[in-house]
Design a protein around this ligand. Structure first.
Ligand SMILES: NC(=O)C1=CN([C@@H]2O[C@H](COP(=O)(O)OP(=O)(O)OC[C@H]3O[C@@H](n4cnc5c(N)ncnc54)[C@H](O)[C@@H]3O)[C@@H](O)[C@H]2O)C=CC1
Ligand SMILES: O=C([O-])CC(=O)C(=O)O
Length: 332
């Protein structure tokens, strides 16, 4: 029997990530090749005409799984009945700007959209915040939508996770699909800590630790980390626009794994509401290693943390605490 359609909201759908993301969703890349979808697309009035153009292209592409499109500038209409909300709308970082600079423009958007989601989304709606500052926007959304369970609100660090896999794959000249279990700890910012201490590569003689294969701790502890931390800025420098196709693809990976499970023995990175695991202060939206089963993520527990990692995990937590205070000061 055919499945009922799932309603997926994409905010900022007339923007660059939106333009890459909506066809991926309509093709089944986010929710599976047998899952019909109805797309809800929200943007602001100045982008209404462009949004309508995206809707026209979705019709023209004749996607078999796409059962309907709502394109609107009304947040209530956009949020009504949605099962999944991918929050991309906001003001992006431009060359030379730090994520802090985009804070005040974005947190007020997330406060008001929290209310629309809380009141109008389907029960148990899963939320992924992509727009920067992603962790803090997600935290504000959580704080101002108290009836949505905290575990349903997440932010995107899967792009950073995938960037880390990509760097290891290139360095070792192995397929990226053979590399797994890197971790992004903390903030989606240049203080994030990409950790390879538990990552492995599939080889003909079994899974081997990345450190053993790379045999260059200096590279792993310095250049690898800064390359991943600074990748967003490097893309902006090269394209004069921030990452879009990789961000869209990673957003699909994030939701797909959350809804359809991570493979046994594999974890991914997601920004989630901290419960104090790994001595990360509770109450921050912090990226952890998570495994997903039956639509629920759980933080992978018990990984040994060395002193080098501890310092980096604490530094990114510190930045998130500062962002949280700054966000509240922007709202007051
Ligand atoms: N977490 C991550 O890994 C990544 C996050 N980003 C962030 O994603 C966001 C989107 O990036 P792009 O698509 O490149 O930006 P963009 O500027 O091309 O698109 C943003 C869209 O949001 C719309 N928008 C603005 N305010 C809105 C509101 N209140 N409600 C609904 N829509 C609204 C704009 O009109 C625009 O169409 C940015 O904040 C960017 O920094 C980008 C790459 C990776
Ligand atoms: O760096 C930016 O502003 C865009 C982004 O979040 C990324 O590419 O990781």
């Amino acid at each position: 029997m055919a499945k009922d359609p799932v309603r997926v909201l994409v905010t900022g759908a007339a923007g660059q990530i939106g333009y890459a993301l909506v066809p991926m969703i309509a093709r089944g890349i986010m929710l599976g090749a047998d899952q019909p979808v109805i797309l809800h697309m929200l943007d602001i009035p100045p982008a209404a005409e462009a949004l309508n153009g995206v809707k026209m292209e979705l019709v023209d592409a004749a996607f078999p799984l796409l059962k309907g499109v709502v394109a609107t500038t009304d947040a209530v209409e956009a949020c009504t009945g949605v099962n999944i909300a991918v929050m991309v709308g906001g003001f992006p970082r431009k060359e030379g700007m730090e994520r802090k600079d985009v804070m005040s423009k974005n947190v007020s958007i997330y406060k008001s959209q929290a209310a629309a989601l809380e009141q109008h989304a389907a029960p148990n709606c899963k939320v992924l915040v992509v727009a920067n500052p992603a962790n803090t926007n997600a935290l504000i959304l959580k704080e101002f939508a108290p009836s949505i369970p905290a575990k349903n609100i997440t932010c995107l660090t899967r792009l950073d996770h995938n960037r880390a896999l990509g760097q290891i794959s290139e360095r070792l000249n192995v397929p990226v699909s053979d590399v797994k279990n890197v971790i992004i700890w903390g903030n989606h910012s240049s203080t994030q800590y990409p950790d390879v201490n538990h990552a492995t590569v599939k080889t003909p003689s079994g899974d081997k630790p990345v450190r053993e294969l790379v045999k260059d701790d200096a590279w792993l502890n310095e250049e690898f980390i800064t390359t991943v931390q600074q990748r967003g800025a490097a893309i902006i420098k090269a394209r004069k626009l921030s990452s879009a196709l990789s961000a869209a693809s990673s957003a699909c990976d994030h939701i797909r794994d959350w809804v359809l499970d991570t493979p046994e023995g594999t974890w991914v990175s997601m920004g989630v509401y901290s419960d104090g695991s790994y001595n990360v202060p509770a109450g921050l939206m912090y990226s952890f290693p998570v495994a997903c089963k039956k639509g629920e993520w759980t933080i992978v527990q018990g990984l040994p943390i060395d002193e080098f990692s501890r310092k980096k995990m604490d530094a990114t937590a510190e930045e998130l605490s500062e962002e949280k205070s700054l966000a509240y000061s922007c709202l007051s």
